[in-house]
Design a protein. Structure first.
Length: 155
């Protein structure tokens, strides 16, 4: 029994390695909801401008979320003056109300492809800011929002 537990623990440790991850962070949204004036902010130090990356938006919603989709304004700034704004529509449920994310019980995780095959133009600090854009003052049912950047590796 001791060996089974030890082998299981080692297996979990090996599977949890994530060599392609450059950055990942998630922000907890207050239980009472996400104010339209509150920003989720992620600061990323980029050193590699050669390796292409994929950029994802992570969303964790619960079954109390009232909508099929989540609208976001996504602003990206850099330390050298680059700035851009995008409007993003993330589908969280199908037209029948079935949640599209992975999950158990009442929590569902969705990873949205924000940008594919990106090469950062310069090394330095990049800031990603998310603003909920659903046109409600207080958005409920979103538990966490996050950013993941991973390098694309040749297979």
């Amino acid at each position: 029994m001791k060996y089974f537990f030890l082998i299981t623990l080692i297996g979990i440790g090996l599977c949890s390695c994530d060599p392609d991850k450059i950055y990942e962070s998630n922000v907890k949204i207050p239980v009472e909801g996400w104010q339209y004036t509150d920003l989720a902010r992620f600061e990323v130090e980029i050193t590699d401008t050669v390796t292409p990356c994929n950029i994802y938006i992570n969303v964790r919603n619960n079954s109390n979320y009232k909508y099929m989709e989540l609208w976001l304004f996504v602003d990206v700034y850099s330390s050298f003056g680059f700035a851009e704004r995008d409007t993003v529509n993330i589908m969280l449920a199908d037209h029948r109300g079935k949640w599209l994310g992975h999950g158990l019980g009442s929590k569902f995780d969705t990873r949205y492809f924000f940008r594919k095959n990106v090469r950062f133009p310069a090394a330095g600090k990049y800031v990603f800011e998310y603003e909920q854009a659903t046109r409600v003052e207080l958005l409920t049912g979103i538990d966490d929002i996050g950013l993941r950047i991973e390098k694309i590796t040749e297979n």
